[in-house]
Ligand binder design. Structure first.
Ligand SMILES: Cc1cc2nc3c(=O)[nH]c(=O)nc-3n(C[C@H](O)[C@H](O)[C@H](O)COP(=O)(O)OP(=O)(O)OC[C@H]3O[C@@H](n4cnc5c(N)ncnc54)[C@H](O)[C@@H]3O)c2cc1C
Length: 482
């Protein structure tokens, strides 16, 4: 709802060019990469911590909800303003403030794109390790809020293992520092507690990240299997042999078809599944691990193994995987991307059950996922123009998450709870667990004004009008519809 005094106060904080309140302009801020939509009352684009502090003090005084937005690539509805109010977009806070190659750290603003950190420090032979597949567009602030993972987090750990500290603005506008350098900090680990807070605990305005040294050798394998079962068994056996690859990713037959339809990458169209395996380190270790991986794959009847150490060829092997979600647009106008985790040993069995859930509902499903972590990403293809189709996709997603929990897994590996999974929290947590989490949230945000309507169950399911944007394909391309 348009609130003239609020809008003029916000304009006086950030300047009138950086407050958006026309309904046509607000539509751009109604969605992220998930199934839900909601329009904020006003969007404000601050440039400094002081401005964010003033915006939060104002909202606190007037009891107005505030939702913060990075790049809007989130897949659980985190940046959706379900309660209206003020949305703070961090798209102007994109400066890399300091690079310290001796202490292996960089201090960045929250709107910095993940991959831009690696680009900025490459001249020091350093990189920022967590690499979500969205790393060309997602922001470090969004990564902190979701504790983002990525293909290379199997060996090196997720965001929380690479963020040393943060400057945070709390609900009432107070600015605090959490964690910092050196790494060992006395007292409670509030840095760790804030990471994964999904924007409900405060707004990170500066982030101190750990930088990593580039390995001397990186070798990427594409192991091509005739079926999904052998590929899944290979995953379990590789880790069981005490080899922890830098990355161990699975791409199934339908995903390969989508990738090759979208932009041919040389993935084998007739394969049942491929594993992308990356190992890195010193030459001797890489050679030893390569031999062990090859023999495991051969014993399981691998059809072919391609590999490369050349940057350009490796990038080509990865390009298909990294573009796989968007490529799903070559199969259907919409997809619902589910995020769950199971113990690795349960992969073959759980993947078969996922296929059954989806075939019973007559929904095609592709799988592209961080297999080494057991972090599943079934992509359920559907066409929202068909009546009931979106509801069926959500029904399949729910059944898949229940299956993950039954298999001893968890509700989300990296995309967060947001709106999407809040009603499923009781599948994993007791009422006591949830009230402890709520009490923790209230310690940071006593009025619960920050990102309300997320994480905790409130009886409201994601909208049945799921509308999930996919690649740039025309939805009338019936020749590519499966
Ligand atoms: C094609 C594709 C591939 C993806 N692959 C991966 C993957 O491999 N691994 C993975 O983990 N995720 C992946 N994601 C999901 C998404 O990119 C991540 O969750 C990412 O961390 C979101 O960052 P963002 O800047 O887009 O945040 P947004 O979507 O804008 O926001 C996400 C949440 O962060 C909060 N937030 C944003 N900035 C701040 C801040 N400064 N302080 C406090 N809270 C903040 C928001 O309020 C919201 O709750 C993928 C998404 C897409 C579309």
């Amino acid at each position: 709802m348009y609130d003239e005094p609020l809008v003029s106060s916000l304009k006086s904080i950030v300047g009138s060019d950086f407050v958006i309140c026309h309904p046509d302009d607000l539509i751009v801020y109604e969605y992220d990469g998930s199934v839900d939509k909601a329009i904020p009352d006003v969007v404000v684009l601050p440039e400094t911590t002081a401005q964010i502090s003033s915006i939060l003090s104002l909202a606190h005084e007037k009891n107005i909800p505030v939702v913060c937005r990075g790049a809007g690539t989130g897949l659980s509805g985190g940046s959706i303003a379900t309660h209206g109010g003020v949305q703070i977009s961090l798209s102007r806070m994109t400066r890399i403030l300091e690079i310290d190659p001796l202490n292996l750290t960089a201090l960045v603003e929250p709107g910095v794109i993940n991959l831009d950190i690696t680009k900025a420090v490459a001249k020091h032979s350093l990189y920022y390790s967590p690499d979500p597949s969205s790393q060309k567009s997602c922001t470090i602030g969004g990564n902190v809020a979701e504790n983002a993972g990525g293909p290379h987090c199997l060996k090196y750990g997720v965001t929380t293992n690479h963020v040393l500290g943060m400057e945070v603005v709390l609900e009432d506008g107070k600015v605090v520092e959490l964690g910092g350098y050196p790494e060992a900090q006395p007292g409670y680990d509030l840095r760790g507690a804030f990471i994964g807070g999904e924007g409900t605990l405060g707004i990170a305005t500066k982030v101190l990240v750990r930088l990593s040294r580039k390995p001397s050798i990186t070798r990427t394998f594409m192991a091509i299997f005739a079926d999904l079962d052998s590929a899944s068994t290979a995953v379990t056996q590789i880790i069981g042999a005490r080899i922890v690859p830098a990355a161990l990713e699975m791409i199934d037959a339908l995903a390969i078809k989508a990738i090759e339809n979208a932009r041919p990458m040389g993935y084998p169209r007739d394969a049942g599944a491929v594993l992308l395996i990356e190992i890195e380190g010193l030459a001797e270790d890489v050679n030893e691990e390569s031999e062990a991986i090859t023999s495991i794959c051969e014993e399981l009847g691998v059809r072919e193994i391609r590999y490369s150490e050349l940057a350009e060829e490796r990038e080509r092997l990865w390009a298909g995987r990294k573009g796989a979600f968007a490529a799903l647009g070559s199969l259907a106008p919409n997809y619902y991307l589910v995020d769950g985790v199971v113990p690795r040993t349960r992969l073959p069995d759980v993947l078969q059950k996922i296929a059954k859930i989806c075939s019973d509902l007559d929904l095609p499903v592709a799988n592209v996922f961080h297999a080494g972590d057991g972090n599943l990403h079934p992509l359920i293809a559907f066409d929202e123009r068909q009546p009931g189709s979106s509801a069926k996709a959500l029904q399949a997603g729910e059944a898949i998450l229940e299956l993950c929990i039954e298999a001893g897994g968890v509700l989300t590996g990296e995309h967060g709870v947001g709106i999407e999974k809040k009603e499923y929290m009781p599948l994993m947590f007791t009422p006591d667990d949830l009230s402890i989490m709520k009490a923790f949230k209230q310690a940071f945000s006593p009025k619960s004004l920050l990102n309300p309507g997320k994480i905790f169950p409130d009886g409201k399911k994601p909208t049945q009008k799921a509308s999930i944007r996919v690649g740039s394909f025309s939805t009338t391309d019936s020749d590519v519809w499966i």
